[in-house]
Design a protein around this ligand. Structure first.
Ligand code: GRG
Length: 303
């Protein structure tokens, strides 16, 4: 789709492509063990905003990446994200019954199956990424980024800090560090993998993409905290008000609502500013458009 289409049309078309690709990359529910495969498909398909895949496509557009490699990376990231949601909702973690407007996986299929769904989705993500056709060196770098961003120095590490911080008075810096790992790491991986599907990055490009990813990663979390405090469960498709109920430190509890809203706007500007280093030629200016619009979407979203 051309860069002149609206963000909303581009998102709808990309989300439909991602859905089709996820259906293809997930094992069929006719294959044994059918119950596990059914539950994996339930966890991933038909739901969610697909923000990580959209970031992959948007970064790929900046570096003129091929569609099939981008779709592979997008699906790998969405599978890691879906696995994290399945495990996060389990009684041993956040203990939630509603996700993406549906009963959570352990409520529908039982805890043992939910555990296996997360494990199997994680393995499937690495499998489909490893089967890509980028030059071997870049393919390996993408696998390393995915492993690093989802492991104990990324998303899992952030989740561990989150679990340890219930009821504590975290400073703003400690809160930021937790979210950079828990949510930010996978968003950053989405941007980097999309770019790497197109080409090897030089140090300047790498630094600019990191600045962009840091800003949108934090903005995503600030807005998540604002929505948890202000929106209702029906609008969110997940239980609202859980942070306060669970005595969890959030941007809203530390800064207040108004300052959190201002921070989200400041981070949006930082994201846009990071993209300016790609504005040397008119062709690349146009190709930053989707990343720029996704920063707006992340700040303006209502779910
Ligand atoms: C269990 C290893 C492990 C990690 C869990 C991502 C995560 C770490 C927990 C999810 C809980 C949570 C509310 C995190 C904060 C922000 C976040 C990641 C929200 C959900 O992501 P969205 O809004 O969800 O992209 P959709 O459903 O649209 O894909």
């Amino acid at each position: 789709m051309t860069t002149t289409s609206t963000l909303s049309d581009w998102m709808k078309q990309s989300q439909a492509q991602i859905e089709t690709a996820l259906m293809h990359f997930l094992p069929s529910d006719l294959i044994t063990p059918t119950h596990l495969h059914q539950a994996m498909r339930y966890a991933v398909l038909d739901g969610g905003k697909r923000v990580r895949p959209l970031l992959v496509y948007a970064a790929g557009e900046l570096f003129s990446a091929g569609h099939s490699e981008l779709t592979r990376a997008a699906c790998a990231l969405e599978m890691i994200h879906a696995y994290s949601l399945v495990h996060d909702d389990m009684p041993c973690m956040d203990d939630d019954a509603l996700r993406r407007g549906k009963p959570t996986v352990h409520v529908k299929y039982g805890q043992a199956t939910a555990l296996l769904v997360g494990d199997a989705l994680q393995a499937q993500a690495f499998l489909i990424l490893a089967q890509g056709h980028c030059p071997a060196e870049r393919q390996l770098e993408m696998l390393q980024i995915l492993a690093h961003s989802s492991g104990s120095l990324g998303m899992c590490g952030g989740q561990a800090i989150d679990l340890d911080s219930v009821g504590l008075n975290l400073t703003r810096d400690q809160l930021e560090q937790m979210h950079q790992l828990k949510t930010g790491a996978l968003l950053r991986a989405s941007v980097l993998l999309g770019a790497l599907c197109g080409q090897q990055l030089n140090a300047t490009e790498h630094a600019a993409l990191n600045r962009y990813a840091d800003a949108i990663g934090l903005a995503f979390q600030v807005v998540d905290d604002i929505l948890d405090a202000t929106a209702d469960s029906a609008a969110l498709g997940k239980t609202a008000g859980k942070d306060a109920a669970n005595n969890k430190p959030t941007y809203v509890s530390i800064l207040g609502l108004e300052a959190s809203q201002q921070l989200a706007q400041q981070l949006r500007h930082e994201a846009h500013a990071a993209l300016e280093s790609f504005h040397g030629q008119s062709s690349t200016t146009a190709r930053t458009q989707r990343l720029s619009q996704l920063a707006d979407f992340i700040v303006e979203r209502s779910a």
